[in-house]
Design a protein around this ligand. Structure first.
Ligand SMILES: NC(=O)c1ccc[n+]([C@@H]2O[C@H](COP(=O)([O-])OP(=O)(O)OC[C@H]3O[C@@H](n4cnc5c(N)ncnc54)[C@H](OP(=O)(O)O)[C@@H]3O)[C@@H](O)[C@H]2O)c1
Length: 389
C-alpha cells in the first residue's frame, strides 16, 4: 500500500486525484492533504480519507478548519509551507502529488526530493520558474519526478526506452482554447475566456489556455523535463484534444499518445508507473473522431506563446519573469482590472525591464525567488498604469 500526500487537494486536479485514489484504494492510501483556504472541502476530504496530516496554507483559517474537523482530530493539523514540508518528508510518505496553484510548493518539492520520494507534479509554474534546480536536485538525490500534465505524460510514454538524441522534435498539441479561430482578441469578456471548449479546470489555467500562455509554459516545462533545446519543441493546435502530444524521431517515425481527454488518466499514470491498472475512463470510441485536425498557432495573435519561446531561448531567469508577470496579469484580468488583450503587453514590458543578475549562468534558488518578487511588483505597476483612465 503506497501512501500519498496531495498538495492542492481541493482544486480541480486535486479532486480528480482523490477520485483516482478512491478507485485504486487497494493500492494507494491518502497520507496528507493540503489546501489554501477552502476549509469546508478540506475538512470533508479529511473525514472521508482519514489522512495523518491536514494542512491549510492560510494560517488564519486554522481554528476554522479545526472546528470543521470536529471530533476528527487524530490527524496533525498544520499550516503553510512548513506544514506541507513536514508532511511530505515523513518516512511513511511514498508519493507526493503536487497540484497546488502558484509557486508555494517549491520548498516542499525540494524537501521531498531530498527524501527521495516519488513526486508527481502537475504545477507547471514550479517547473517553469525553478525547473533547472528541481531537475538537477532530483538527479543528485536520485528522486523520481513524474509529470501529470497530459502533454508531458504523453511524451513520457512516447519517449519510453528511446534515447533523447534520436528525437528530431516533440510536438505539443493544444486545444487552442476558446479563441484560436477568432479573428482578433479585442473586447474578450471574462465569461467567454473562462469557457474552455474541452477541459474544465481552475480559473488561472483556463485563462492561460485562452491566451495560449498555457502552451508557452508547457514548452518551457518540456525543455526542463527532457533537457531538449527549445527549437525541438513545437506546438500544434489540435481542437479535438485526443492526441495529447507526439514525438518525431530522426528516421521520420512519429509516436503519438491518444486517450479520452480526462485528467484522471495522467494522474493515475503518475501513481502506478511503470504498472498500468484499469482506470475510470470510458472506452475510447474512434468513430466519434472521424476528423483529427491540426493547425499551426498564430504567434502574432497569441503573443503569449511567442513570449514564452523568447523567454526560454534567453533562459537566465527570463522564464521566471514570464511566469511571475503572467500570474499577476491573469489575476488582474480575473479581477476586471486588465483587458484580455493587455495580458501579453504587460508581460512583454516586464520581460523587457528585466536585467539578469549575471550573464549566461543559472540563477540560484534565492535569486529566482528575488526575481519572481521583482517581476510581480514590476508587472503590478504596469497594470496600475494601464488601468488609469
Ligand atoms: N486543471 C487541469 O486540468 C490541469 C492540467 C495540467 C496541469 N495543471 C496545473 O495544476 C495546478 C492546479 O490546477 P487546478 O486547475 O487544479 O487549479 P485550482 O482548481 O485553482 O486548484 C488549486 C489548488 O491549490 C491549492 N493551493 C493554492 N495555494 C496553496 C497553498 N499556498 N498551500 C496549499 N494549497 C494551495 C488550492 O486550495 P484552495 O482550494 O483552498 O484555494 C487548490 O486546492 C496548476 O499549476 C495547473 O497549471 C492543471
Amino acid at each position: 500500500m503506497k501512501k500519498v500526500v496531495v498538495l492542492g487537494s481541493t482544486g480541480f486536479l486535486g479532486q480528480r486525484a482523490l477520485e483516482v485514489i478512491k478507485h485504486l484504494a487497494s493500492e494507494f492510501q491518502i497520507f496528507g492533504l493540503a489546501a489554501h483556504s477552502n476549509t469546508d472541502l478540506l475538512a470533508r476530504q479529511a473525514k472521508r480519507f482519514r489522512p495523518r496530516f491536514v494542512i491549510i496554507g492560510d494560517s488564519t483559517r486554522l481554528t476554522e478548519l479545526k472546528q470543521k474537523l470536529g471530533g476528527f482530530l487524530k490527524c496533525a493539523v498544520l499550516t503553510g509551507i512548513a506544514g506541507m514540508t513536514e508532511a511530505v518528508t515523513q518516512p511513511e510518505a511514498d508519493i507526493v502529488i503536487v497540484c497546488l496553484s502558484g509557486l508555494d510548493g517549491i520548498l516542499p518539492v525540494l524537501a521531498a526530493i531530498e527524501k527521495r520520494k516519488r513526486i508527481a507534479i502537475a504545477t507547471k509554474e514550479i517547473l517553469v520558474s525553478f525547473g533547472k534546480i528541481v531537475m538537477q536536485r532530483a538527479k543528485k538525490y536520485d528522486a523520481e519526478i513524474l509529470p501529470i500534465d497530459s502533454e508531458q505524460v504523453a511524451l513520457h510514454q512516447c519517449l519510453a526506452g528511446n534515447n533523447l538524441s534520436l528525437v528530431k522534435r516533440v510536438i505539443l498539441t493544444a486545444s487552442g482554447g476558446p479563441f484560436w479561430h477568432r479573428k482578433n482578441l479585442n473586447n474578450i469578456k471574462l465569461t467567454e475566456a473562462l469557457r474552455h471548449p474541452i477541459w474544465p479546470m481552475g480559473k488561472k489555467i483556463t485563462i492561460d489556455s485562452a491566451t495560449l500562455m498555457n502552451k508557452g509554459l508547457e514548452v518551457i516545462e518540456t525543455v526542463r523535463f527532457w533537457n531538449l533545446p527549445p527549437q525541438k519543441v513545437e506546438v500544434l493546435i489540435h481542437p479535438q484534444s485526443v492526441i495529447h502530444s507526439m514525438v518525431e524521431f530522426l528516421d521520420g517515425s512519429i509516436l503519438a499518445q491518444l486517450a479520452v481527454p480526462d485528467m484522471r488518466l495522467p494522474i493515475q499514470y503518475a501513481l502506478t508507473y511503470p504498472k498500468r491498472l484499469p482506470s475510470l475512463l470510458a472506452q475510447f470510441d474512434f468513430t466519434k473522431f472521424p476528423n483529427l485536425e491540426f493547425f499551426p498557432p498564430n504567434l502574432k495573435k497569441f503573443a503569449c506563446l511567442k513570449l514564452a519561446y523568447q523567454a526560454i531561448e534567453k533562459d537566465n531567469g527570463y522564464p521566471c519573469v514570464l511566469n511571475a508577470a503572467n500570474e499577476v496579469a491573469v489575476k488582474a484580468f480575473l479581477q476586471g482590472k486588465l483587458k484580455f488583450s493587455q495580458i501579453p503587453k504587460v508581460i512583454s514590458q516586464t520581460l523587457r525591464a528585466y536585467h539578469p543578475p549575471q550573464a549566461n549562468s543559472s540563477l540560484t534558488l534565492k535569486q529566482i525567488i528575488a526575481t519572481d518578487q521583482w517581476a510581480q511588483s514590476y508587472c503590478l505597476k504596469q497594470i496600475t498604469v494601464c488601468s488609469k483612465p
